[in-house]
Design a protein around this ligand. Structure first.
Ligand code: SAH
Ligand code: SF4
Ligand code: F3S
Length: 475
């Protein structure tokens, strides 16, 4: 069982807000999974709005329902299957309604989806969204439509996403797609295909456009951003000559290019991979005030033996060395992590290694998961999923409790200090308070005064809850 609160952060759902156009057919679009999926939904919305669709927040009035799905853990998939039941009822009421499954679960299950879920009309993988108008036409003619072809090139670089977020302050920008890492527990390489980087100029253009439209923060997205490399026109990383390598754009360089757009545009990124996290990225972060001092560096396990079985490509010592580099180059940075408990054959001692690593680092924040075996992965083929569910749950609650304590300690360290906060909107708890985040990604709330969303303010933190700083605006 996963911790609900934590899971919600990853598996949240968005719905498209206002209808963008009157008249045309109505689209209801719902997304599950990681930020990359949410970012893909913005591409999908863009493609369909171009086709004359308007969007709706009420699936009951939709002509077309798209569910952008996640396959990362079994419960991510069961949630989608449950949701499809609601849509099937809507389809019984409206025979012309079309239902499409997009994203990672579509890619994983492919044709079988159409057989298993009879009322689904379309199954579309993450690299096939340009084909949506076509697929919709096929579905409208009464046939089932499917495109789950993965591409080695597609980055949707030229499509301007329609921002579906709620605050108009932070935008997510995909800088690469796919993953070449083959961590043994992970389904992503199967659902998203080979790693490919997007042309830097198109990334900078998109970020600049967001800034010009009032956005004040961009988060650059990729499964392993440290391995970003633009070689200009399809050259393979492995076969580069020295000269070609010297001319390629690295992630550290891309970060600088985006940071230089404007000092008032904050830059964040996710996710770093410990094996590829070099000092160059940390040095670039130190150089620009507007690159946020926050590193999400998923460890997965504190045991070298288990990391090896997970095929992560680093040891506990290597990981701790990377943490030391962050502390050295960016002394005020916050660090967060992803952790899996109960991976194949995990012993009590190996679990304790994770606990001791957490105690040593004291992350500001962590996403924690019980291992969920995924079909076709290396782990599924090679190792038994032999840690009983009760033990997985026990280990998970143990580290969730521990992390709560660490988060509290870290939040308290912020009290008495001044924080530069980008205002994201009204606080959830009170209309009289505004809420935003500091560079380290901690939520800060303070009395409204005359301040507005999208502005920067300095806040002196005077108290805190377990994860939120409370304070007042100062000069
Ligand atoms: N590319 C990112 C992670 C993407 S998936 C990285 O390498 O860090 C997000 C997180 O889900 C992973 O970090 C991992 O902690 C978790 N996860 C992935 N597969 C899982 C599985 N089969 N069971 C449980 N958790 C899993
Ligand atoms: Fe999955 Fe590993 Fe790739 Fe992350 S780096 S997406 S965990 S295979
Ligand atoms: Fe899920 Fe696919 Fe993201 S499996 S976590 S939506 S890449």
């Amino acid at each position: 069982m996963e911790n609900k609160q934590i899971d919600e952060v990853r598996q949240g759902e968005i719905m498209v807000k206002e209808p963008k156009q009157k008249g045309g057919k109505k689209l209801f679009l719902e997304s599950y999974g990681c930020q990359m999926n949410f970012s893909d939904s913005e591409i999908v919305a863009s493609i369909l709005i171009n086709e004359g669709y308007s969007t709706t927040t009420d699936f009951k009035e939709a002509d077309l329902i798209f569910v952008n799905t996640c396959a990362i853990r079994e419960n991510a998939e069961s949630r989608v299957r449950q949701r499809l039941q609601d849509y099937k009822k809507a389809k019984k009421a409206n025979k012309n309604l079309l239902i499409g499954v997009l994203g990672c679960m579509a890619e994983r299950i492919k044709h079988q989806f159409l057989e298993e879920e009879k009322l689904v009309d379309m199954v579309v993988g993450p690299d096939a969204y340009r084909d949506l108008p076509n697929l919709i036409a096929v579905a409208e003619s009464g046939q089932q439509a499917i495109n789950v072809i993965l591409s080695k090139e597609e980055t949707y670089a030229d499509i301007s996403p329609v921002r579906l977020d709620h605050n108009g302050v932070s935008a997510f920008v995909s800088i690469m797609r796919g993953c070449d890492n083959m961590c043994s527990f992970c389904v992503v390489p199967f659902t998203r295909g080979r790693e490919r980087s997007r042309e830097p100029e198109t990334i900078v253009r998109e970020c600049k456009e967001a800034f010009d439209n009032g956005y004040r923060e961009v988060t650059l997205l990729g499964q392993n951003v440290n391995s970003y490399l633009w070689t200009g026109g399809g050259l393979k990383k492995e076969n580069l000559t020295e000269e070609q390598r010297a001319n390629a754009t690295t992630f550290a360089q891309l970060l600088e290019m985006v940071a230089m757009i404007h000092p008032d545009l904050r830059v964040r990124y996710s996710t770093s991979h410990p094996k590829d996290m070099g000092d160059d990225v940390l040095i670039a972060m130190a150089k620009y005030e507007n690159i946020c001092k926050y590193v999400h560096l998923p460890v997965q396990s504190g045991s070298t033996a288990l990391l090896e079985k997970m095929n992560r490509g680093y040891s506990r010592e290597w990981y701790l060395d990377r943490i030391a580099a962050i502390r050295r180059i960016l002394p005020d940075a916050a660090i967060s992590s992803d952790i899996i408990v109960g991976f194949c054959g995990e012993t009590d001692q190996e679990h304790q290694d994770t606990v001791s690593l957490m105690n040593e680092i004291k992350y500001e924040f962590a996403y924690m998961f019980a291992y969920s075996e995924r079909p076709k992965t290396l782990a599924e083929r090679k190792y038994a999923d032999d840690v009983p569910n009760e033990i997985k749950s026990k280990r998970l609650s143990q580290i969730v409790d521990l992390q709560r304590k660490h988060s509290e300690i870290r939040t308290k360290e912020g009290v008495g200090k001044r924080h530069r906060v980008l205002i994201e909107g009204v606080s959830k708890k009170s209309d009289e308070m505004l809420s935003g985040r500091n560079s380290q990604n901690t939520v800060v709330v303070f009395p409204k005064g005359n301040h507005k969303k999208g502005e920067y303010v300095n806040v002196l933190a005077t108290s805190c809850t377990s994860s939120t700083l409370i304070g007042e605006v100062v000069k």
